[in-house]
Ligand binder design. Structure first.
Ligand code: URA
Length: 227
């Protein structure tokens, strides 16, 4: 990628992020502390799309920087992708919350929030033009593939995403963090399969040939916070 192209993309992303910061189409545009536009390499081959910012992301204005984000970083490293080499964003750019009477708690984005934010996500995809899209969790996958998408039955398969981009979905890292024991091991294995599929697709698109499968790295994304 030429330096001129990179800098043009960075400028366009910065302008779009400023637009998101000014956006008040939804009530969560006013309850949030910071908008969380997205971050990473403007020329990334892989774009990851999560559900929406949580509390830490809202505080810092950056996607996937809480516990789920730390796990995501380890998952990416397991397929030789440092976080800085990918682009990470969410279906919605403001933290969806509800007030439980004591504090603001996270919730899934509602359909109107998804619809209001969709042009921002489409614009990001248009600017970055990733080779592969990875949807993290059911809400992100459904936002691309429709409400009937089943993450348990349809993850790990290739679909055509926006701009004809190959799209695959896997479980959200926060889901893994809620699991323990044998259930966790089983889900981690599925996620590892999905990550290997992403790695193979990226290698394939680059070289035209299937690359050798990555060595078994599943332990690299331990869900144990002490790791
Ligand atoms: N979960 C998400 O879906 N996105 C974030 O940015 C953080 C946690």
């Amino acid at each position: 990628m030429s330096l001129a192209e990179r800098s043009s993309r960075e400028q366009r992303l910065a302008n779009a992020a400023a637009g998101v910061e000014r956006c008040r189409k939804c009530a969560i545009g006013s309850s949030r502390r910071n908008s969380v536009y997205g971050e990473g390499d403007s020329c990334a081959e892989l774009m990851l799309v999560g559900e929406g910012p949580g509390e830490t992301e809202d505080l810092l204005g950056r996607p996937f920087v809480g516990r789920a984000g730390e796990l995501l970083d380890r998952m990416l490293l397991a397929i030789d992708l440092p976080r800085e080499h990918v682009y990470i964003c969410n279906t919605v750019k403001c933290r969806p919350t509800f007030d439980d009477g004591q504090r603001l708690r996270n919730r899934a984005p509602d359909p109107s929030e998804l619809a209001n934010c969709r042009p921002y996500l489409d614009e990001q995809i248009e600017i970055i033009r990733p080779s592969v899209l990875l949807a993290l969790g059911a809400p992100a996958a459904k936002s691309f593939l429709g409400a009937t998408f089943s993450i348990t039955k349809q993850r790990g398969q290739w679909y055509e995403g926006p701009r004809g981009t190959p799209l695959i979905a896997t479980f959200h890292p926060a889901y893994l963090l809620r699991m323990t024991g044998g259930e966790l091991t089983a889900v981690k294995r599925l996620v590892w399969d999905d990550l290997k599929a992403v790695r193979a697709k990226l290698d394939d698109l680059k070289s035209g040939d299937a690359a050798p499968a990555p060595v078994e790295q599943i332990d690299l994304f331990s869900t144990d916070a002490a790791d």
